[in-house]
Structures are given as structure tokens and as C-alpha cells.
Design a protein around this ligand. Structure first.
Ligand SMILES: *Cc1c(COP(=O)(O)O)cnc(C)c1O
Length: 493
């Protein structure tokens, strides 16, 4: 399978090359030449383990990997590091199915892909006989950073650099990152928001001179953000997994459509659901849930993407994003792969801060439904489900739940629905507590977690318990215009 850039059809590259490079030279994102169809009858797949299914799906995209290589990566990724043997359990509450994607080592759905990415990159490097050291450069809205650090720390032949918005992540998210051990890790808070961090990283990737300099010093830059197809493709697996589980439990019939609700930031997770649908997964609506930063909601309604607004800091920080990078890949597909137009509108977004898509493209967005939940609705969602079912959602999942609630009221659609449940409530303990009426005034972060655990009767995940005794090892602050200099200092180039 060949990968090309969304902005230029000339460059053709295999998956291992696309993973190493992360982003194309023309700043476009790599996309597979075609989205493979699953021709097998899904009913015959219901007994597959998460790992077997992962191989079944990923081998169609990563065809340049040998079966053994890919299986090895999958086995190393989805093992006892996950606190559920199912990897992604599906839980039914209040008439909807929560696909819990937060049972990995850092308690957010980013682990679903970032636990395998380092192994894929390592294998890709060997296949391409690259001797240089990989420098993984990552901007994070909170969860990617820790998941990438966890995945890459002490991986031979790689260094990992993470920039996070100093005031834009939760206390626990920050704590998880600045206590990260590993000689090869570098973490810095920037005085800006996630968009600033992401823009800085993209600029560094397109800085040819800097790339050349790093090359000469024995380094090669790569990315752990969802712009990397090595992250995107593994996320397709769990949508099939959730569907197969519903089939197995006779909650749906063979061929029956489901809805999928995804709390969305950078548009990576929901794009994976769109790919799954394109591969033949019976999906009715892809429900794109935003928080108060509702750029995508406006876009789905009007066809105009307009980032010219203040970024709001919310209780779902991993979705505090105005420029959703992976939307570019969707636009590429629904434009009939018109890379000339994609280049044009993406440049317009950069220079003017907005673009409009033509009517014919809007037609192709009908699989999507956009909604958003403000802070009050999010907290109400958490409270409602807790009171009714004793089930505790994190703030991101609650955004999705609240949007789904509105969708159902608006449409009366009773299709069986899966909500992508993206983080453990303990990562956002303070907001969760206040939503369900647990007082946290005067308590420190760990006391908040203890109280949440006791009152809501849910067990504290090991990964959070161990955080308490960890030393803070990263104290770096970085000006958002000085990211390159920070990297140079860390790499001593
Ligand atoms: C990253 C993240 C999201 C948003 O996912 P995207 O792929 O960026 O759209 C939602 N919830 C949580 C908890 C996250 O960490």
C-alpha cells in the first residue's frame, strides 16, 4: 500500500517511510492510496481477541511490514500494561455503550495507539536501515504527551521531546509528564495554548535547514501526534472491536448499523471511525462532539472553518483545540482526493484563519452530525449518569454523552450507539467531583482522588497511585517562539 500527501500526489512512500517522516515535505498529511475494504463477514470475527483483530486490520494498511514483525509489535503493545485483559471493554449504561479506551498505562485513549507506535517506528527504522537516532517531537493538549513519554522512555535509538501548554492541562496530566523518568526524555511547558504548541512543532518539521542540521548531527525528526499514520491506523481497530462485541452479545444483528460518538479535538479519533466506516463497518452517524471550542460544530453546520476566535480553557483540556489537524484527511477524501484544492484551503487557513468548502463537498459530510456541550452541560452529564447508574465518566466522555443526549432528543434516533470513552475520571478528578457533589475545597490533587474513589466506590488505577511518590524531574519552561532553541539545547546541537 502506497501513501501520499494530502497536498501533492507526487511523493509516493510506503507505510514505514510515512511513519518515520510523520508529515510530508509539503506539510500535507500522509494518506493511504485507498482505504481497504473488509470483505469477510463480521459475524465470523466475533471471537477474535483484541490482538488478533489488531493484526487483521493493521496488516491491510501496513503491508510493507512482514506478518511476524507486525505481530511482534502488537504483542508488545497490548499486554499486561493494560489493566483490562479485554484492552478496550464495552460497558452498557443508560442505554448506550461506552467503549472504555482508557485502560492503558496513562489512563487515556492515546495509549491505544502510543503503546504500539514506538515498536512500529523501531521496526520501520530497521527496515529502512536508518542508523540515525529518532527524535520524536510532540505537542500535547495533555494526554498525548504522557502516553508518548511512557511509550518512548528508554527506547534505544530514540529521544522524546514533549511541549505542553503550561496553563492548559489538568494537574494530574501535568504531574504525569513532569515526573517522567528516562534519560532520553525532555518535557517543557510553553507560555501558549495547544494550537501554539502544535503550530511550533509543525514549523519545526517544515524547517528544512533545521532538519538538515539535525541530520548532520545524527538525528532524524519524527512525530507522535495523530498526524502520524502510525498512530491513526491502530485507532481503527477498536471501532471494529466494539461492533463485534455488540454482535457477539446479540445486542445487534448482522449488518445492523450503529452510531458512534467521539469527543473530538484534533479529529484523529473520529477520523479513525470514519476510516472504519469506509472499510465497511456498518455505521449510521458519526457524531462529532466538541466542547465550548466548537469550531467543528460550526464547520459541520455551515461548511465554513473559522479558527478566528479565542481558545477557551475548559474542563476537557484535551479537546481545547481550534485547528483540528486531521480534518485535512477527511476533506481530502470527501473532495474526491483533490490535493490541489486541499493545499489551497489549508494555506488559506494559515494566512486568513478561515476557509469555506464547496457545496458538493458538504453533501459528503452527511455521515457526520456535529454537536457541542458547554461546561454546565458537561457537568450535568456526569451527574446524570452517576445518579442514574453509579457510573463515573470523565469530562471528555461527558461531552460526548451530553451531545449524544441532545442528538437523541433532536432526532429520536434509537440506533444502538457506542460512545468513545477517552479518559479515566481520575485524570480530571476535581471537575468530576464537583459535578457529582463531592466537595474538594482545600484538598490537594491526591486527596481529591482518594475522596472520589471512596465516595463513588471506584478503584484508583495503579498508574495514578504511583504518581504520588514520583519526583518532579522536568522543570523546563519555554517561550512559544523558542521551541527550536530548547530542542537544540537538549540535543546539544
Ligand atoms: C486527545 C483526546 C481527545 C481528542 O481526540 P482527538 O483524536 O484529538 O480528536 C478526547 N479526549 C481525551 C481524553 C483525549 O486525550
Amino acid at each position: 500500500m502506497i501513501y501520499r500527501s494530502t497536498r501533492n500526489s507526487n511523493e509516493a512512500i510506503l507505510s514505514c517511510g510515512a511513519m518515520i517522516k510523520g508529515i510530508a515535505n509539503d506539510n500535507g498529511l500522509y494518506v493511504p492510496d485507498e482505504i481497504p475494504l473488509i470483505k469477510e463477514n463480521l459475524v465470523d470475527l466475533t471471537n477474535m481477541s483484541y490482538r488478533s483483530l489488531a493484526f487483521f486490520i493493521m496488516k491491510r494498511f501496513f503491508m510493507d511490514f512482514e506478518d511476524g514483525e507486525l505481530k511482534d509489535c502488537i504483542e508488545k503493545a497490548y499486554d499486561h500494561k493494560f489493566d483490562s485483559p479485554l484492552i478496550a471493554p464495552l460497558v452498557e449504561k443508560e442505554g448506550v455503550h461506552f467503549l472504555e479506551l482508557y485502560h492503558g498505562p496513562t489512563l487515556a485513549f492515546k495509549d491505544m495507539a502510543l503503546s504500539i507506535l514506538p515498536h512500529l517506528l523501531k521496526a520501520a527504522k530497521e527496515k529502512l536501515s536508518i542508523k540515525k537516532e529518532l527524535v520524536i517531537l510532540t505537542a500535547t493538549s495533555g494526554d498525548t504527551g504522557k502516553a508518548a513519554l511512557e511509550g518512548f522512555s528508554n527506547v534505544e535509538g530514540a529521544k522524546i521531546i514533549v511541549f505542553f501548554p503550561e496553563d492548559g492541562v489538568s494537574d494530574i496530566q501535568k504531574r504525569q509528564m513532569i515526573t517522567q523518568e528516562g534519560e532520553n526524555t525532555f518535557v517543557a511547558g510553553i507560555n501558549g495554548n495547544f494550537d501554539d504548541a502544535q503550530r511550533g512543532v509543525k514549523n519545526i518539521f517544515s524547517d528544512m535547514e533545521f532538519g538538515k542540521k539535525l541530520h548532520e548531527k545524527g538525528y532524524i525528526l519524527s512525530s507522535a501526534n495523530s498526524i502520524n499514520i502510525g498512530r491513526l491506523i491502530p485507532q481503527i481497530v477498536y471501532y471494529f472491536y466494539g461492533y463485534l462485541k455488540l454482535l457477539k452479545e446479540n445486542k445487534i444483528q448482522s449488518g445492523e448499523n450503529i452510531n458512534v460518538v467521539v469527543p473530538t479535538g484534533n479529529f484523529g479519533n473520529i477520523l479513525a471511525a470514519y476510516y472504519a466506516k469506509s472499510m465497511g463497518l456498518p455505521v449510521n452517524k458519526l457524531i462529532c462532539a466538541s466542547n465550548s471550542n466548537n469550531v467543528l460544530y460550526d464547520f459541520l453546520k455551515s461548511g465554513i472553518y473559522d479558527r478566528r476566535r479565542e481558545l477557551k480553557l475548559t474542563s476537557s483540556p484535551s479537546m481545547d483545540i481550534l485547528v483540528s489537524s486531521n480534518l485535512e484527511r477527511l476533506l481530502f477524501e470527501i473532495s474526491g482526493r483533490d490535493y490541489v484544492m486541499i493545499k489551497e484551503i489549508m494555506e488559506k487557513l494559515q494566512t486568513d484563519g478561515l476557509y469555506q468548502i464547496p457545496e458538493c463537498m458538504r453533501e459528503n459530510l452527511k455521515d457526520f452530525y456535529g454537536g457541542f456541550a458547554d461546561e454546565d452541560e458537561t457537568f450535568e452529564g456526569i451527574n446524570k449518569v452517576y445518579k442514574a447508574a453509579g457510573y463515573v465518566m470523565d469530562t471528555h466522555t461527558a461531552v460526548a454523552y451530553s451531545v449524544y443526549d441532545k442528538y437523541k432528543q433532536e432526532t429520536g434516533d434509537n440506533t444502538q450507539t457506542i460512545i468513545a470513552s477517552t479518559a479515566s475520571p481520575f485524570k480530571f478528578g476535581r471537575s468530576v467531583c464537583s459535578s457529582i457533589g463531592i466537595k474538594t475545597y482545600g484538598l490537594n490533587d491526591f486527596e481529591v482522588i482518594d475522596k472520589l474513589s471512596k465516595e463513588a466506590k471506584i478503584e484508583i488505577p495503579g498508574a495514578i497511585r504511583s504518581l504520588k511518590s514520583k519526583k518532579i524531574v522536568h522543570n523546563n519552561k519555554c517561550n512559544k517562539d523558542q521551541m527550536k532553541q530548547s530542542i537544540e539545547k537538549f540535543l546539544r546541537v
